[in-house]
Design a protein around this ligand. Structure first.
Ligand code: CNA
Length: 281
């Protein structure tokens, strides 16, 4: 659609109209979808940004293609590149961003219906977003298991292995010795059942906020299309992605997502609260 098509739900396609919609009490079930772009300000590179993205920087790992680092059959033959990356991304090294804290604020105000994240860095939990409101669609570093016998592997030990840059192996009695992998969803692996169970929460949403994702990875990317057509969808991203912008109530906030979120917080009168919570973490 062209930019001039009048919106059906919002008074205009702008951040201030989104704030007005929230403050009017009509947005009670806000669904947030996030990707690597909300963590770049924390110092964690995304995948696909040219030059700074991880895929652009994996050359030294000698991979057939960058995606191989998250490919199970490649991992079975050569788990090292994944563990080089794991060392870099491992939770504990980074601090949640303003965007993470904004989602927590939505939860505290009783407005967050659900958060669907593709990130594996656990910064949502660290920001204080309630665990029962989060779907980590691609898993996380929070737990790990043997890829052969599926036995869970101790978290403290895992941390030691990762920090030494070593590959952990199963210590099951009787000597399984299978490779241990964090519960991160690799290419070709099934997403957690909860992801599919809770997709209906997007259908129930009265506002969808999409932040820092290229919307290139399916089935996650398809979530944005589950919202009803009259439901406003707001994109906070460096670039326009997926179907965002194609509906009459879509609002594009292009640029750094923390900056966009701060603008929305300004319009909502929540800015001070947001900064205070962020500083207090
Ligand atoms: P992606 O494909 O790398 O896309 C990131 C998107 O964010 C791009 O469209 C960028 O333009 C945009 N972006 C980057 N920085 C900013 C910023 N400061 N403000 C606004 N937008 C920004 O990443 P996706 O998440 O879409 O891809 C899915 C993969 C990436 C998932 O499977 C993740 O597990 C995986 N990943 C996760 C992390 C993490 O956990 N932090 C890091 C890198 C990759």
């Amino acid at each position: 659609i062209d930019e001039d098509t009048p919106p059906k739900t919002l008074s205009s396609r702008s951040i201030s109209a989104v704030a007005e919609y929230i403050l009017s009490g009509r947005a009670k079930r806000i669904v947030v979808m996030t990707g690597a772009g909300i963590s770049t300000a924390a110092g964690i590179p995304d995948f696909r940004s040219p030059d700074t993205g991880l895929y652009a920087n994996l050359a030294s790992l000698d991979l057939p293609e960058p995606e191989a680092v998250f490919d199970l059959s490649f991992f079975k033959v050569n788990p090292r590149p994944f563990y080089v990356l794991a060392r870099e991304l491992y939770p504990g090294n980074y601090h949640p961003t303003v965007s993470h804290v904004f989602v927590r604020l939505l939860a505290e105000k009783g407005l967050l219906h659900h958060l669907f994240t593709q990130n594996i860095d656990c910064l949502e939990r660290e920001a204080g977003i309630p665990a029962n409101k989060i779907i980590e669609a691609h898993g996380s570093f929070a737990s790990q298991r043997c890829i052969e016998c599926k036995k869970e592997f101790d978290g403290a030990k895992m941390k030691e292995f990762v920090s030494r840059g070593e590959v952990p192996r199963c210590e099951e009695e009787g000597g399984c010795k299978g490779l241990v992998k964090p519960d991160i969803v690799f290419f070709g692996e099934q997403l957690p059942k909860a992801f599919f169970d809770r997709r209906e929460m997007v259908e129930q949403a009265d506002l969808v906020l999409v932040m820092g994702t290229s919307l290139q990875v399916h089935p996650f990317a398809g979530l944005v299309n589950l919202a009803e057509e009259r439901v406003p969808r707001v994109l906070f991203n460096l670039e326009r992605v997926g179907s965002m912008g194609s509906q009459a109530d879509d609002v594009l906030v292009l640029g750094d997502c923390d900056e966009g979120v701060r603008k929305l917080a300004d319009e909502l009168g929540w800015r001070e609260e947001l900064e205070e919570k962020w500083r207090g973490l």
